[in-house]
Write a protein that binds this ligand. Structure first.
Ligand code: CUA
Length: 181
């Protein structure tokens, strides 16, 4: 017999252990990122009634867009709906912690901000929340990335990332793309 069966078995066992070790390392890295560094999937579990979004609470029209809350948090609130974002442009400063909160009154949408790792689903009934910090300034494209109907390919918004020195919210804490800076 030319082939040594025990050598084959040894080789197979060795590779099984190497693969098992790689899987274990990846699992440990995921758990470490989640538990020690608090790096988790971008969505949180927060319910909102999609039937009354426009009538009361956080996502009424007057509340949409970017606002600096009294405690200093910078939050952009956006509704993703067939087939547009409201507002379709919002301003955020670079190099600052910012929060984007989105929800949908109709079907499942999804967003990503090009050139960044911002990426989340927007599911009716839930608030999708992303904490991030933009490092580059400019107009970043934010398309819908979940097929939501015939107008899906036309559904996009702009994230206008400005230098912190040009981020001047009004006395009410609000700032919009149309504002003069
Ligand atoms: Cu909204 Cu695709």
């Amino acid at each position: 017999m030319a082939i040594n069966e025990s050598a084959i078995l040894k080789s197979e066992l060795r590779w099984a252990m190497i693969v098992g070790g790689i899987v274990a390392i990846i699992l440990i890295a995921i758990l470490y990122a989640a538990i020690a560094m608090h790096v988790n999937p971008p969505s949180n579990r927060e319910y909102v009634d999609p039937k009354t979004l426009h009538l009361s609470a956080e996502f009424t029209e007057a509340n949409l867009g970017t606002r600096v809350d009294p405690d200093g948090h910078i939050v952009a609130r956006v509704i993703a709906t067939q087939f547009e974002f409201v507002p379709n442009c919002f301003v955020l400063p670079a190099n600052r912690d910012v929060t984007i909160r989105l929800t949908s009154p109709d079907v499942i949408h999804g967003i990503l901000v090009t050139g960044t790792n911002v990426n989340t689903m927007v599911v009716p009934g839930y608030v999708a929340q992303v904490h991030t910090m933009f490092t580059k300034t400019g107009d970043l494209l934010m398309p819908c990335h979940e097929f939501c109907g015939l107008g899906h390919s036309q559904m996009l918004a702009t994230v206008r990332v400005v230098p912190p020195g040009q981020f001047h919210p009004g006395p009410d804490g609000r700032i919009a793309c149309g504002d003069r800076r």
